[in-house]
Design a protein around this ligand. Structure first.
Ligand SMILES: Nc1ncnc2c1ncn2[C@@H]1O[C@H](COP(=O)(O)OP(=O)(O)OP(=O)(O)O)[C@@H](O)[C@H]1O
Length: 696
């Protein structure tokens, strides 16, 4: 103990237990917090600022606001005022003890925190070099250089070869960068696993054995670290920097490998919290300040939660920032931690200083359970064997899956496991084969459906062509009866009628009735005057879609245009030929002396123009009343042998076409069902293409 300026300065390591080691393994140990007050800088002295911080004893700080405000006292492991030299800080902070514990295999961390320009970097590494190649005077070197020297000195006395390596990284704008890596900057990911906790992947660790080597690494990293000038600090660090020394101590006896230790000594120089208004940071500086403040806030939040024993058992949001992830073990894990809080004595910085003091006060109530790090825990033998077996099985199964199908049949039937494998993989292969076959079948069905569709299209075209030819042929045969073989035309029934339509000429096709009671010439579509038997014959028109003058509009639109005679000729579907009353009437066979007394309703499916024509003509011939009933009927066309055209003769071409068309219709019906790829539904069973096709 020594006395300076009337104050007691205890040159010890504060509360850090000297005996920390074997006896404190796993015991709750509080974080050690040391306070360092930097001296007034030139700018503050120029402004004539007064100090508001007063040390009252080695561990107590009194804050006396100017103007007689309420005085506040803070207690820490050690309070080091502005008059303390770097060496005194090293001696009084307890870092030496940390070095000893790291050598014993503990994971030790010393970090500085505080407002920007409060002396954090100075405390750890001393003042910045004055020029390129300049070194810091040994009296001003910080905790890090002194700790390196201490560590190497202690290692020399251990007597066993100890492996040392160092890594250096910075967290800049929430990105981790390796400061020992040459070449372009690469940001490294922070990972986690059960044995290592959080770690930086691919972080370079450089082995060293001498003080010069480790100093070279430190200076190399310091040069690469981001720093900028702002209003409060000419060389302000813009990133958090972590310098870690990994200490691998072999076991004293090779027969006891578990005694091997893996200690760690980490120095963390946090970037300073800053008020942008005070630092007047703009642009990139402002972004950096925002990231710095955010990560420090996350650190403070973790510390607050760690204070609550109930919260500590639950969730601590270490993942909120890269900094808290990498400090997780030091804050709430198995590490030993020393914090050096740095403050400025100036009254102008009092708000930030109070923040730092409160932050530090809380941090020293956080506890860890220090545990030395041993060699990586090997996997239990059983698990390793199991993993190995699973790997082999996986490999074998992969190989078997790649084998040809026939392979399984040729295998000998062996043990139960063989059988199980065989049946399982046999099933798999069968399913795959079946799947393949089903796919092929589906493709075949699809192509046959397409073929049927194409065929149907061809048939529809053929049908149209046949229909056209049939109409032309019928028309021609009536115009030029075979017995005449001349182009002399029969008189049109329209021309025979009187009235305004008398002048209209038209052509004749076999029709329902030769009188004009249907009020329409079905060739020229001219309205015709009603006849005396119109009521009777209108009744026959109950199925308008089956009459020759009424073709479905879809088919008519696709047919070649019919010859039009006269300017008044209109398309039948646009003419008001059929009154609503007539259209809604069901077809009733006309009563007559030779017909049944009661009208018989017929199904529309039974009703085709060809059948009706045939029946009507047959009945008229049989009764001999054709001319009576239909006085204006044109003479029936006669064949060369004198037989009516419907039974043979010249219209035999039409007959053939009709038969051909019949076949085509059947084919179309079949194709319609085939193209749907399923059996016809009950609705489709009633479907009859004849109803949708024009009559022959
Ligand atoms: N104890 C001290 N004795 C003499 N000078 C000091 C002391 N502490 C700090 N300084 C000086 O004050 C200035 C700021 O110090 P330093 O850069 O270490 O602050 P900082 O807290 O690291 O700031 P930042 O967070 O911005 O990086 C430097 O010029 C440094 O040399």
């Amino acid at each position: 103990m020594e006395v300076r300026n009337g104050e007691t300065f205890q040159c010890s390591i504060g509360n850090l237990p000297q005996t920390l080691g074997e006896r404190t393994k796993g015991m709750e140990t509080p974080i050690q917090v040391v306070l360092r007050i930097r001296p007034m800088n030139q700018a503050e002295l120029r402004r004539g600022e007064q100090s508001v911080l007063h040390c009252s004893g080695p561990r107590t700080l009194r804050v006396s606001p100017l103007g007689g405000g309420r005085e506040v006292a803070f207690h820490f492991s050690m309070v080091l005022d502005g008059a303390r030299t770097q060496d005194e800080v090293f001696q009084g902070s307890g870092v030496q003890r940390l070095v000893e514990l790291a050598l014993q295999g503990f994971s030790c961390t010393a970090f500085t925190f505080g407002q920007t320009g409060s002396g954090k970097t100075y405390t750890l590494t001393g003042p910045p070099p004055q020029g390129e190649g300049e070194t810091v005077p040994s009296s001003l070197t910080g905790l890090m250089q002194r700790s390196f020297a201490c560590l190497l000195d202690k290692i020399q006395h251990v007597g066993t070869p100890i492996t040392l390596s160092a890594s250096y990284l910075e967290i800049y704008n929430e990105q981790v960068r390796d400061l020992l890596s040459r070449g372009p900057h690469h940001y490294l990911p922070v990972r986690w696993n059960k044995t290592r906790g959080f770690y930086v992947e691919k972080l370079k660790a450089v082995k060293f054995g001498t003080f010069e080597e480790v100093m070279k690494l430190l200076l190399e990293g310091l040069r690469r670290r981001r720093s900028s000038a702002h209003n409060l600090n000419e060389v302000s660090s813009r990133s958090h920097a972590l310098f870690t020394i990994h200490i691998q101590c072999p076991a004293v006896s090779p027969s006891r490998p578990k005694e091997q230790t893996f200690g760690k000594l980490c120095f963390v120089d946090l970037a300073g919290s800053e008020k942008v208004a005070a630092t007047r940071s703009r642009g990139e500086l402002m972004l950096e300040a925002s990231n710095i403040n955010r990560s420090l806030l996350a650190l403070g939040h973790c510390i607050s939660l760690l204070l609550d024993p109930r919260q500590k058992k639950n969730h601590i949001p270490y993942r909120d920032s890269k900094l808290t992830r990498l400090l997780a073990d030091s804050l709430g894990g198995s590490g030993i931690t020393l914090m050096v809080a740095c403050v400025s004595p100036s009254a102008q910085s009092l708000p930030e200083t109070l923040n730092t003091l409160r932050y530090a006060s809380r941090a020293q109530r956080v506890t860890t359970r220090p545990m030395p790090k041993g060699p990586p825990v090997p996997q239990p033998l059983g698990l390793e064997e199991e993993i190995q077996q699973l790997r082999q099985e996986n490999l074998m199964l992969k190989q078997r899956l790649e084998q040809p199908l026939g392979h399984w049949g040729s295998r000998n039937k062996g043990s139960q496991s063989d059988w199980a494998e065989r049946s399982l993989y046999g099933m798999l292969q069968e399913f795959m084969l079946e799947n393949q076959q089903l796919r092929e079948e589906k493709n075949q069905l699809r192509s046959s459906r397409d073929c049927a569709w194409n065929e149907q299209q061809v048939l529809v075209q053929q049908f149209k062509e046949l229909n056209r030819r049939l109409l032309c042929s019928a028309s021609h045969s009536i115009r030029c009866p075979p017995q005449h073989f001349s182009r002399a035309t029969l008189p049109c029934p329209c021309s025979a009628s009187r009235g305004r339509y008398q002048a209209l000429g038209c052509h004749v096709l076999p029709r329902l009735c030769s009188c004009h009671c249907n009020q329409l010439c079905f060739l020229c579509y001219a309205p015709l005057p009603p006849c005396a038997g119109s009521r009777l014959h209108q009744a026959q028109m109950g199925e308008p879609s089956l009459l020759p003058g009424y073709l479905p509009s879809q088919i008519l639109s696709e047919l070649p245009p019919l010859p039009v005679f006269g300017a008044q000729a209109k398309a039948p579907w646009k003419m008001e030929v059929f009154s609503p009353q007539v259209q809604t009437q069901p077809f009733v066979q006309p009563p007559g002396p030779n017909l049944r007394e009661h009208p018989v309703k017929r199904k529309s499916s039974e009703w085709t123009w060809a059948h009706f024509l045939e029946e009507t003509l047959a009945k008229e011939e049989a009764s001999g009343r054709a001319s009576q009933v239909i006085p204006s009927a044109p003479p029936l066309p006669q064949s060369a042998c004198g037989t009516p055209w419907r039974t043979g003769g010249v219209p035999s071409a039409s007959r053939m076409l009709e038969e051909e068309l019949e076949v085509l219709r059947d084919q179309i019906d079949c194709n319609l069902y085939l193209s749907q790829g399923k059996p016809p539904t009950s609705q489709e069973k009633h479907f009859d293409s004849r109803q949708h096709l024009p009559p022959c």
